[in-house]
Design a protein. Structure first.
Length: 87
């Protein structure tokens, strides 16, 4: 099964709406940037019928270097997470 890319989605939306690929690409980029900005600010973004985007934190933890087996410290991080809506 082939994974759909952003350009595949842009092509499909442009074909269905009659808008140019450039216009659809600009709107797509703006929507994704807005979702990221809201989530970075700590506000979860819910799109009804689609899902919820939010920042999730991971605590600092210990891991292993696979090539040497040495224990290393993995820094804390925050990542954008998506939870699909129930259908």
């Amino acid at each position: 099964m082939k994974t759909a890319s952003k350009s595949d989605l842009i092509d499909q939306v442009a074909a269905e709406t009659g808008l140019s690929k450039k216009a659809v690409g600009d709107v797509t980029d703006a929507v994704l940037a807005a979702i990221r900005a809201k989530a970075d600010a700590g506000t979860p973004v819910t799109i009804v019928g689609f899902g919820r985007f939010e920042m999730r934190g991971r605590a600092e933890r210990l891991g292993r270097n696979p090539s040497t087996g040495e224990t290393i410290k993995i820094a804390a991080s925050r990542n954008l997470a998506f939870k699909p809506a129930k259908s």
